[in-house]
Design a protein around this ligand. Structure first.
Ligand code: SF4
Length: 212
């Protein structure tokens, strides 16, 4: 099978296993909150981000609240997510920029998104896919690991941009965003970093990971 044939077979299998391809971040349909949670998720689990954000959004419900916050207090509110000083400053700077330059909207192009403080390609793709339904490969840790195991990128490739480019070249664009959400679900449930459950794996025949 070619890479395109294998990724299409994988997409179908994951669609059947995970009919709902919802984002693991509980942002309740609020674009600003997805940006905040995407930023906080760097080197932090989605579960912790969800937990921290319940009290964070109770205290700072809107973009304007982040823009006007005492940054030291904002730091304390996001501290459990790690890297709290830079994350808090990024969120305040992002809120101020979006209010000033975009009238409080989240822009819908990669070029504009990458200008927002703290927003890199991973968050930008998350926003493009989830908010605007645009083609988007979110090259997070699960996506990178699984791309290697399925042989879509060379073994050991860890560069998120190279993984994003490689997957974008073989993934049907309209499927790409949901596919990445399903990779996260599959990576957690079956193909974890340390203990992949190969003996019960439903897509064993598509995998290129060397057998023990
Ligand atoms: S066979 Fe093992 S390594 Fe390959 S996808 Fe399945 S769980 Fe992951």
């Amino acid at each position: 099978m070619t890479k395109k044939e294998r990724i299409n077979a994988l997409i179908v299998a994951l669609e059947q296993r995970y009919p709902s391809a919802e984002c693991a971040l509980e942002y309740n349909g609020d674009p600003w909150r997805l940006l905040v949670m995407g930023r906080l998720s760097a080197q932090c689990t989605d579960a912790r981000v969800n937990e921290v954000c319940r009290s964070l959004f109770a205290r700072y419900p809107t973009m304007a609240d982040f823009a006007e916050a005492d940054v030291t207090e904002l730091e304390e509110a996001v501290r459990p997510c790690g890297l709290y000083r830079v994350k808090a400053q990024n969120l305040q700077d992002a809120a101020r920029m979006l209010l000033t330059e975009f009238d409080g909207r989240i822009p819908d192009t990669m070029e504009e998104l990458l200008r927002i403080p703290g927003v890199g390609r991973k968050i930008a793709n998350l926003l493009l896919g989830d908010l605007f339904g645009k083609p988007a490969i979110v090259a997070d840790t699960h996506c990178i690991r699984l791309a290697g195991r399925f042989g879509f990128v060379p073994a050991g490739e860890r560069d998120p941009y190279k993984v994003e480019r490689a997957l974008a070249a073989i993934t049907p664009p309209e499927k790409s965003s949901d596919f990445c959400h399903r990779l996260v679900l599959f990576g957690r449930e079956v193909c974890s970093a340390r203990a992949p459950k190969c003996t019960v794996c439903p897509v064993h025949d598509l995998c290129k990971r060397p057998r023990d």
